[in-house]
Write a protein of this length. Structure first.
Length: 613
């Protein structure tokens, strides 16, 4: 039996505990160990009940994603789940932590489920463009019905164990140690002589087939036509009451295998893995992250407002300080207006809004820092505010960074990227505090070694230089924007410039041969959206193509047609090249080095090296 699954027996109960830190992922070795442990416990005459659990922070939290790229080997998770469900002795899943994906499917295969309060559960596979693969599409509707099951699988959201629909997944909630709770629950099963209770045989949720099918039809109407995985999940839930359980599992297996080969899933899995690797910071072994519960936001203005809102929405306490009363009072009114708008639109509960607002304290900057876990300087003129020496400080505005800087991708409350700028004087405890803040805010942290420049800023410059390079090469700016929008780019370059105003973009330096087209349009009296004219003509209906811009461009360069695929490929090639330059530690030209992951030959082979010249 593998050491990744620990087995012990007491009082007629076999405890099979997965020990595969950090998240007890259901790797091949873990699956082998679980099968061996279940079979051994079933064969042990002294065992009456089996408990599945996870050691450390969580019950198994899902699959090991690297296997998807290298080929998943038998036994598959669906085999383990089938073996657990068909066990002749009652199996209890004792849940805690984050029970996601394959972990929840394993729990559904068990005959009973208990969870410690605070546990969160979900089937987030759709976020990787995958359906569940181990019976989730068949067992979950048998437990929750079509509507709730489809909601969980199509949204990919997690639910709390102590509130609906999470409660409906469980037979009991426990406080304290989940294994002690499992022991008590097992003792009751033994005393009552209860047998295994298999979801595969439960058809109670299919009693009202009209209601079941109505929920399926409603979900199908709400699924986007360009989301084949979501459509497949609806189809599989629809099949649950219509097909034999084994046949429906075979359909699920086929859908998963086909989706796994798709480009969308490959890209999303790559992104998730990259985010996980980016979190591996350059910290001394054994460094503990501090607990961040209260932050001090110093300074007024849009950035301070966005960071304060982000923290309040994440459940943190915020001390917002300015040296003058007017900006902080204005900021308080803006935050109230945001929450009021959320309540009126139905997206925010009034009780939640009130609770978040109660976590906001405003006052003079010097008064706001003493109880904070970290201080964020969000405006000029706040650097000399006195504070206890042990509280880390971070500069969030552009400028030189001597120790710690933070750069939020705009707008801070709606984007997930958080760059942690490590200046030449950075100390490990400062980096740890910044990483802990990123976790508390639910952001994707990236460690950047710099004296001020940010990685996102460097890539954005490369992006806009590449867009200008395409204009030099005869491309139509509206075709460029359209191609990137269709590809999935949220902010197309020329519309983005108009919205922000062309003055700042006019300062960007390009290649010796190329032009700065923002500067050209600015000189022609087209400064952007506010004036009604930039790269686009702007009206109350939004932006529209302007022939005058095309004439201006064509008078200064030749015209050439570029296909959307060519445009996207060249823009992405320019970004990849700039990212490669930043990844190389010897590149000190811009005083910025990005080191979230090593630059391996495999990564280099996967990157398109095309350049715009």
């Amino acid at each position: 039996m593998t050491a990744l699954v620990k087995s012990s027996t007491r009082d007629g109960v076999a405890y099979l505990v997965v020990n595969h830190p950090p998240v007890n992922a259901l790797s091949h070795a873990v699956r082998v160990g679980l099968l061996e442990a279940v079979e051994a416990a079933e064969a042990n005459a002294s065992v009456s009940v089996i408990v599945l659990a996870g050691q450390g922070t969580t019950f198994p939290a899902g699959a090991e994603l690297q296997e998807y790229d290298h080929g998943v080997q038998a036994p598959f998770l669906r085999d383990v789940c089938e073996r657990v469900e068909q066990c002749d002795k009652p199996v209890i899943a004792a849940l805690h932590g984050t029970v996601l994906g394959g972990g929840l499917e394993l729990a559904l295969a068990a005959h009973y489920r208990i969870a410690r309060r605070g546990t969160r559960m979900g089937l987030p596979e759709i976020k990787l463009a995958l359906p569940p693969s181990a019976g989730g599409t068949q067992r979950l509707p048998r437990l929750l019905g079509a509507e709730a099951a489809l909601d969980l699988m199509l949204s990919g959201r997690t639910v709390a164990a102590d509130r609906p629909p999470g409660q409906l997944l469980l037979d009991a909630l426990v406080d304290g140690d989940v294994l002690e709770g499992a022991a008590r629950f097992a003792a009751k099963l033994i005393a009552m002589g209860d047998d295994p209770r298999r979801l595969s045989a439960d058809r109670s949720q299919f009693a009202d087939m009209a209601a079941y099918q109505a929920a399926v039809s409603e979900a199908r109407e709400g699924v986007a036509q360009d989301n084949p995985v979501a459509q497949e999940i609806v189809h599989l839930v629809e099949a649950a009451p219509l097909l034999p359980f084994d046949a429906a599992l075979s359909m699920e297996e086929e859908a998963f295998t086909d989706s796994l080969k798709g480009d969308r899933s490959k890209a999303l899995r790559h992104l998730l893995l990259a985010e996980r690797l980016a979190r591996r910071f350059d910290l001394p072994a054994g460094t503990q992250l501090p607990k961040i519960e209260r932050i001090a936001v110093l300074g007024g203005g849009a950035l301070a407002l966005q960071i304060a809102l982000t923290a309040l929405n994440a459940g943190l306490r915020v001390n917002w300080g300015t040296r003058e009363a007017e900006p902080r009072e204005a900021g308080l009114q803006q935050i109230r207006a945001v929450f009021d708008k959320g309540v009126k639109s139905g997206g925010l509960d009034q009780t939640v809004a009130d609770r978040r607002l109660a976590n906001l304290t405003i006052g003079d900057s010097a008064e706001m820092v003493t109880e904070a876990d970290i201080i964020l300087h969000c405006a000029r003129g706040q650097g000399d505010v006195p504070a206890p020496a042990h509280i880390p400080r971070a500069v969030t505005i552009a400028g030189r960074v001597e120790e710690l800087g933070l750069r939020f991708a705009p707008p801070a409350f709606a984007t997930r990227l958080l760059e942690i700028i490590c200046g030449p004087g950075i100390r490990p405890e400062q980096t740890a505090a910044a990483l802990a803040l990123g976790d508390a805010l639910g952001r994707v942290p990236v460690q950047v070694f710099s004296t001020g420049d940010s990685l996102a800023g460097r890539l954005e410059l490369a992006f806009h230089r590449a867009a200008d390079g395409l204009l030099d090469a005869g491309a139509d700016p509206y075709v460029i924007d359209s191609a990137l929008r269709d590809w999935g780019w949220a902010r197309a370059p020329f519309e983005q410039r108009d919205v922000a105003g062309l003055a700042d973009f006019a300062q960007i330096t390009g290649s010796e041969e190329g032009r700065n087209w923002s500067a050209q349009l600015l000189e022609a009296g087209r400064p952007g959206r506010k004036s009604g004219a930039g790269f686009y003509a702007w009206s109350a209906d939004g932006p529209s193509r302007d022939p005058a811009v095309i004439d201006l461009l064509n008078n200064a360069r030749g015209k050439r047609d570029w296909s959307p695929d060519q445009i996207v490929g060249l823009i992405l090639g320019a970004l990849c090249n700039e990212a490669l330059r930043a990844l190389q530690a010897e590149d000190q030209a811009n005083d910025l080095v990005w080191r979230p992951i090593p630059l391996t030959p495999r990564i280099v082979q996967q990157i398109d090296h095309r350049r715009i010249t």
